[in-house]
Design a protein around this ligand. Structure first.
Ligand code: GUN
Ligand code: ZN
Length: 430
């Protein structure tokens, strides 16, 4: 029997790239007080008429229904060290992150960590993610198993790092290759799981390990590549000294076969014009992590230059350098990072980069990130305003952009009412 669910709310999604700063964007699709129809976990349509008795109807009039957010770069094991004081990237990794990641060598801890992480993503309205686990195979297994249990679209893969890390976190090319192959063959394409070759960043992999990752990326169709690039100036200098033959940090990845249209590179702050052209030509994507970049003092993303070069940018929390799992707060911080550079990021572009734009970057636009007919019903329902100040501001909004911008600037996970994954409600506010 067909499973029929109808949700009444203010429906909002973005149908195409609205550009960085144009408030008058034709790609904004807003249907206030409308029923979204979900059949067998997929979006089947929308209607203003009340659906018939064969629909399970839930009336959320006056609330905002969006596609679930896609967090395109986040670290599962780093929930334990979010909000750690006083360091920039490289010493922060040594002092806080590496000891925390060690705990995931143990299967029970990895499983508990994965469950906690995915429950928290849903509690923040995020229904899909591109995730760093740890170097340990069990940490990847744990994430894939937990995601399958929640029915979530998840992209992850064993972190590769065979130098410049403590011995307890180090792998080697031969064992890492065998682990990757085993994990790819078990998980890639199973349900909603997909595998990402995941070198941590250029300094922690030997050239031989980067080449191995490039080889597997081309050998296994549909796999992704997920890493960090050009986040911090000390890091960029370190990469230049480790890879003197490379033209740039990004070129290290390109020259090891790691740049293609399924590559997701976090940060991309310290790039030049040649790098931006290389990203555009390869189709690789930058995951912008504003709360992380501000927290670690890494720098300000030049989104306007990336946009002008034709490089896709999606949004990400980058917890635990990022200071929140809330994509709503991430949208607000992205606005501020652009404001510091004189760019007026619209709510439309910010929303796009956290939904359909991210899905497009992952080549999953027909599945996630929108309210299109045929898309999987990964949805999040929000209060337009939480608390008296936001409610006051919401009442004064005269047009839609003003209202959505106030929502993203003042809102957070407390605005979330419910989250659905493939049409099943997986989180509901108590
Ligand atoms: N570069 C290499 N590893 C990391 C990490 O864990 N977090 C961030 N923000 N940058 C990195
Ligand atoms: Zn990161």
């Amino acid at each position: 029997m067909t499973n029929r669910l109808a949700l009444r709310a203010d429906l909002l999604d973005i149908t195409a790239d609205p550009g960085l700063s144009s408030v008058d964007a034709p790609s904004v699709r807003f249907d206030p007080d409308c029923w979204l129809l979900v059949e067998d976990g997929r979006i089947a349509g929308r209607t203003r008429e009340t659906p018939g008795d064969d629909w399970d109807k839930r009336d959320f009039s006056g609330r905002l229904l969006l596609p679930g957010f896609i967090d395109t770069h986040v670290h599962c094991p780093q929930l334990d060290v979010i909000a750690s004081h006083g360091e920039a990237l490289l010493p922060w990794l040594e002092r806080y992150v590496f000891p925390a990641e060690r705990r995931f060598e143990e299967a029970v801890a990895a499983r508990e960590g994965a469950d906690r992480f995915l429950d928290l993503l849903l509690a923040h309205g995020t229904t899909s993610a591109v995730v760093f686990p740890t170097v340990h195979k069990v940490s990847v297994e744990a994430l894939f198993q937990a995601a399958a249990g929640h029915g979530m679209r998840l992209i992850t893969g064993k972190v590769l790092m065979d130098r410049h890390v403590p011995d307890y976190l180090s792998d080697d090319v031969v064992s890492a290759r065998a682990d990757c192959i085993e994990l790819i063959e078990r998980w890639h394409g199973r349900g909603r799981a997909a595998y990402a070759l995941t070198p941590r960043f250029a300094p922690t992999s030997t050239p031989a390990q980067l080449s191995m990752a490039g080889e597997l990326l081309s050998r296994y169709p549909g796999t992704y590549m997920h890493t960090h690039v050009a986040e911090n100036r000390d890091e960029v200098g370190w990469v230049a000294s480790l890879f003197p033959e490379a033209r740039s940090y990004l070129d290290v990845y390109a020259s090891h076969g790691l740049l293609n249209e399924r590559s997701m590179l976090a940060h991309g702050i310290w790039l030049d014009d040649a790098d931006r052209a290389l990203l555009a030509d390869s189709g690789a994507q930058v995951a912008h992590c504003p709360t992380s970049n501000l927290f670690l003092g890494s720098g300000l993303l030049d989104w306007a230059r990336l946009q002008a070069a034709g490089v896709g940018v999606s949004l990400a929390t980058d917890v635990g350098a990022g200071t929140t799992l809330s994509m709503v707060r991430t949208l607000a911080e992205a606005y501020k990072v652009q404001a510091l550079q004189g760019v007026k990021l619209t709510a439309w572009k910010a929303l796009y980069a956290a939904t359909r734009g991210a899905a497009r970057a992952l080549q999953l636009e027909s599945e996630i990130g929108s309210l299109d007919v045929g898309a999987t019903a990964d949805l999040a329902l929000w209060d337009w305003a939480h608390g008296p100040l936001a409610q006051h501001r919401d009442r004064l909004a005269r047009e839609l952009h003003e209202r959505v911008f106030a929502w993203m600037t003042l809102g957070d996970e407390r605005n979330l009412v419910s989250a659905w994954v493939a049409g099943t409600e997986r989180w509901r506010r108590a």
